[in-house]
Design a protein around this ligand. Structure first.
Ligand code: NDP
Ligand SMILES: O=C1OC[C@@H](O)[C@H](O)[C@H]1O
Length: 366
C-alpha cells in the first residue's frame, strides 16, 4: 500500500513549532504507521525569512523541498501546503487562523483555539463556509493511552459508577512579565495555557461518558490573579455533570507544580484510576480496584511507550482526515472545542478577568 503524504506548512518557529515539526518528521514506522507520511513543505516566520530557513535546518526538514517565508501573508499563498499548523501565542491564533482559512488552507491550530468562544465560533463558521478542515491541537486526546483509559471507564466500566474526577496541570514558572505566560497582551495566565488540559480530561472522562448524554456541566469557579501582571495565577473549577451524576474538580497554577501523586484521579464505586505526570503527555495509569469486601487491592500500573514527544498522533489523525475528506475529527470535535472555550470564558468573566479589549474582540463579520 502506498502511504498517503500530507504536506504541512508551519506558521511560526518557536518552541512548540520546533517540537511538533521534529515529531512530524519522525519515521512513522517507529509508531507502526504505514498508511501516512508527513512532509514539511513551507515554514513562515514573522521575524525574518532567515529565521524560517534556520528553523528548516534545525528541525531536519529538506530545504530543497521546503519553502521559507518571512511573512505569514506570503506563506498562506503557497499552494503546496495541504494543512497549516499554527504555533503562535494564544493572542494570535484567531487572526492567524482566519488568515489561513481565508486563503483556503486547512488548519490545525495550537491550543487554546483562541482567546474566547466567540473567536473560535468565527473560525468554525468560516471553515464550514469554505468547506475546510479545522481542528484545535489538543494532542493529548490522540494518545493511545487516552483512548485506552476511556474504554476502561466507559465500556469496560472497571470502576463502575464514577463519583468524582480530580484533574490538575500546574507548573512553577519563573515569573517574567514579558513571557507569554504572564503577558496579558499575549493571552497569558494559567487557565488557557495549562488549565485547558485538566479541563479536557473532564470532557474526555465525564462529558463523554455514555451515561452523561453530553449534558453540559454546571460550572462554579474561583480565580486568583498574579500581582505581577494581573493574569490568572491560580484557578479552580467545580463541574457538576448531572447526566452522569458526578463532579469534576479542575485546578491549574503558574506557581506550583502538580502533585507527584497524580495529574488525574478518578474515583469510582469499584476503585480508582490515577494518571501520573504529565497531564498533557500521559505515559501510564495506575488502577486500584476494591476486593469483594470493598477493601482496596494492590495498585496495578500500565505503561504506554511514546516513540518521540507524542505530537505525531494528532498529525496522523489530521492526515487521515484530509485523505478521507473529513472537515473535523470526532476525537477533537469543533463542538467540544467550543464548549471548552465557553467554560473557560465563564471562569474568566465570572471572576472579573478579561484580556485587553483588542484581544477579546472579533471581526465585524464574525
Ligand atoms: N501542545 C503543547 O504541548 C504546547 C503548546 N503550546 C502552545 O503553542 C503556542 C506557542 O507556544 P510556544 O511555542 O511556547 O511560544 P514561543 O514564544 O516559543 O513561540 C511563539 C512564536 O510565535 C511567533 N510570534 C508571532 N507573533 C509573536 C508575538 N507578538 N510575540 C511572540 N511570538 C510571536 C514567533 O515565531 P516567528 O518569529 O517565527 O513568527 C514565536 O517564536 C501557545 O498557544 C501554546 O499554548 C506551547 C507549548 C506546548
Ligand atoms: O501546552 C502546554 O504544555 C506544557 C506547558 O509547558 C506549556 O506552557 C503549555 O502551553
Amino acid at each position: 500500500m502506498t502511504a498517503h503524504t500530507c504536506n504541512w506548512g508551519i506558521l511560526a518557529t518557536g518552541g512548540i513549532a520546533t517540537t511538533f515539526t521534529k515529531d512530524l518528521l519522525t519515521d512513522p514506522k517507529s509508531r507502526k504507521v504505514d498508511d501516512i507520511q508527513h512532509k514539511v513543505v513551507a515554514v513562515a516566520s514573522s521575524s525574518s525569512v532567515e529565521r524560517a530557513k534556520a528553523f528548516i535546518s534545525e528541525v531536519g526538514a529538506d530545504p530543497s523541498q521546503c519553502n521559507a517565508y518571512g511573512s505569514y501573508e506570503e506563506f498562506v499563498k503557497d499552494d503546496k501546503i495541504d494543512i497549516v499548523y499554527i504555533a503562535t501565542p494564544h493572542s494570535h491564533h484567531y487572526e492567524n487562523a482566519l488568515l489561513c482559512l481565508e486563503a483556503g488552507k486547512n488548519v490545525l491550530c495550537e491550543k487554546p483555539f483562541t482567546i474566547n468562544e466567540k473567536q473560535s465560533a468565527h473560525l468554525v463558521k468560516v471553515a464550514r463556509q469554505k468547506n475546510l478542515f479545522l481542528m484545535e491541537a489538543v494532542w493529548t486526546r490522540f494518545f493511545p493511552i487516552t483512548i485506552a483509559i476511556q474504554k476502561l471507564l466507559h465500556e469496560d466500566k472497571v470502576l463502575g459508577k464514577i463519583h468524582r474526577v480530580y484533574s490538575d496541570l500546574s507548573m512553577a514558572f519563573k515569573p517574567d512579565p514579558k513571557h507569554r505566560l504572564y503577558a496579558p497582551e499575549l493571552g497569558g495566565g494559567a487557565l488557557l495555557d495549562l488549565g485547558i488540559y485538566p479541563l479536557t480530561w473532564q470532557m474526555l472522562l465525564l462529558y463523554q461518558h455514555p451515561d452523561n448524554k453530553k449534558s453540559v456541566p454546571k460550572v462554579t469557579s474561583s480565580l486568583m490573579k498574579t500581582p505581577l501582571t494581573g493574569v490568572d495565577e491560580y484557578t479552580t473549577l467545580i463541574l457538576d455533570f448531572e447526566g452522569v451524576h458526578a463532579q469534576g474538580i479542575v485546578t491549574s497554577s503558574l506557581s506550583v507544580k502538580t502533585s507527584e501523586a497524580y495529574c488525574v484521579h478518578v474515583q469510582g464505586e469499584k476503585g480508582s484510576l490515577s494518571i501520573p505526570w504529565a497531564t498533557y503527555r500521559p505515559e501510564s495509569y495506575v488502577l486500584t480496584l476494591k476486593d469483594e469486601q470493598g477493601k482496596l487491592g494492590q495498585p496495578e500500573t500500565k505503561v504506554f511507550e511514546i516513540p518521540g514527544h507524542g505530537m505525531f498522533w494528532e498529525a496522523d489523525a489530521c492526515a487521515r482526515g484530509l485523505r478521507d475528506g473529513k472537515k473535523e475529527l470526532e476525537r477533537c470535535s469543533l463542538d467540544e472545542s467550543l464548549l471548552t472555550m465557553r467554560i473557560m470564558d465563564q471562569v474568566r468573566y465570572s471572576n472579573d478577568f478579561r484580556y485587553p479589549e483588542n484581544l477579546e474582540a472579533v471581526r465585524s463579520d464574525a
